[in-house]
Design a protein around this ligand. Structure first.
Ligand code: IMP
Length: 428
């Protein structure tokens, strides 16, 4: 058995796209198990930059099987647009790409409800991507969602659409004072999507379990990050899926006994996009310089990411909830040239210090980070490919993170490109 779940160990945007892309070289199958087109995975190959939202990054490698599992919510318009962009660049989908019959479909009323809800909440908004993710998962849990298999059965699709739209239009007009949506228009649109996507819709639970049973190498590609998990994140400032390792089992239809490794991706500092508490946030010139140097702007919405020091309270939480077997530390080069580096090792609240990530959002919000300080390094780490060549203080920083988090650092990313990487332990 050779497989690895890739999870974001912080608030998402840790650089999972590149790590997945690098690991894909050794993989036979790459599978997405949760989230939707709220995600944005950036992969740089040569001089080409690809931003993938729904399609597993494995598609950029020839001949790899790419699966969108049942745990994903799919906006077909967005998926088709993404496919077309890749086909233009000669990326091949035929025989390589599969969509779970049980994956839920994002409908136009989900997007309208998401956006209306956010604008009504104003000051208390979550800062969603506005892609309809929350309402799509709401329908799934409420047991009246529309699944990919329904796209292939026009009568069932129409009946579900009309029933759901009646409720959505009622809420849109009566509560949000917004415009209604038209069932006929949506039906016609979605039947076109069905025609295009139908051949990819499959029993992906069978495909993935067969792949495991025949010793294929599998990468489970998570989106977002641990602190955006609906159960284990900074609720309610989270997304609506299980972004943590357990989500891979549910979102693909595989048993926990079939998982070999869980690799947490963590930036060498911390970022967050959207609202919600962020104890180590730097609201000063240093935070701004990291944002600029690290290109910390959302791949999906273009929003500026909030930047802060590395927080091992979060990494320990992540290690525990995900059962991390290793960490891939990304964007080390962005910290080049700093005099001092801080690492948050605890939160102080009401005079008491805790090393555990609090469940209470107000405690996270009002905690004061407890830092240790390390010397920085002046040399460039950009593109370094072996641990020995790193500046001594960069090595110390990495070893300290390992010691404090209790997890070994298996991979270090030292730049945007595929080969700007140090691999200390192979994953597949
Ligand atoms: P939603 O997933 O669009 O409902 O947004 C909920 C929260 O998750 C917001 O704070 C978003 O900014 C955040 N979020 C969703 N997807 C991503 C991602 O891929 N990276 C980082 N943050 C994300």
């Amino acid at each position: 058995m050779s497989n690895v779940i890739i999870v974001g160990a912080q608030w998402g945007d840790e650089g999972k796209g590149k790590i997945v892309d690098v690991l894909t070289e050794r993989a036979d199958v790459v599978a997405r198990y949760q989230g939707g087109n709220n995600a944005g995975h950036t992969v740089v190959i040569g001089n080409d930059k690809y931003i993938l939202h729904l399609i597993p990054s494995g598609i950029l490698h020839k001949g790899k099987q790419c699966i969108i599992g049942n745990g994903v919510v799919i906006d077909p318009a967005s998926l088709i647009k993404e496919m077309d962009g890749l086909i233009e660049k000669a990326i091949d989908f035929e025989g390589n790409f599969f969509i779970s019959k049980s994956a839920h479909i994002v409908m136009p009323y989900h997007i309208a409800l998401d956006q209306q809800c956010e604008s009504k909440k104003a000051a208390s908004k979550i800062g969603t991507t506005g892609r309809g993710i929350g309402p799509a998962y709401t329908d799934k849990i409420a047991r009246h969602g529309i699944r990919a298999a329904d796209l292939l059965n026009p009568a069932v699709f129409r009946q579900k659409l009309e029933a759901n739209l009646e409720i959505a239009n009622f809420v849109l007009t009566n509560y949000y004072k917004a415009e209604t949506l038209d069932a006929e228009t949506i039906y016609a649109q979605y039947m076109k999507y069905a025609e295009r996507l139908g051949k990819y819709i499959a029993d992906t639970d069978i495909l993935i379990n067969d792949a495991i049973d025949t010793d294929k190498k599998i990468l489970f590609e998570g989106a977002q990050g641990t602190l955006l998990d609906v159960d284990h994140g900074t609720y309610p400032f989270v997304t609506s899926s299980n972004t943590t390792a357990g989500g891979a089992c549910i979102g693909m239809g595989i048993g926990p006994t079939k998982i070999k490794r869980v690799l947490g991706i963590a930036k060498a500092y911390t970022t967050r996009v959207g609202e919600g508490p962020f104890p180590t946030e730097m609201k000063d010139a240093l935070g701004e310089s990291i944002r600029q140097k690290g290109g910390e702007f959302g791949a999906t919405t273009g929003r500026a990411r909030r930047c802060g020091w590395l927080d091992v309270v979060i990494l320990r939480h992540s290690a525990r909830i995900n059962g991390l077997t290793g960490i891939a530390l990304t964007k080390l080069d962005i910290l080049d040239g700093m005099d001092k580096l801080k690492i948050c090792v605890g939160y102080k609240y009401n005079g008491e210090t805790t090393e555990h990530f609090p469940k209470e959002i107000d405690i996270v919000q009002n905690s004061e980070p407890v830092y240790i300080e390390l010397d920085g390094w002046k040399e460039s780490t950009l593109g370094i490919k072996s641990f020995d060549k790193l500046p001594e203080n960069a090595k110390k920083y990495i070893r300290k993170i390992e010691e404090l988090s209790g997890v070994s650092i298996d991979i270090i990313s030292t730049g945007q490109k595929r080969d700007e990487i140090i691999v200390l332990r192979e994953q597949l």
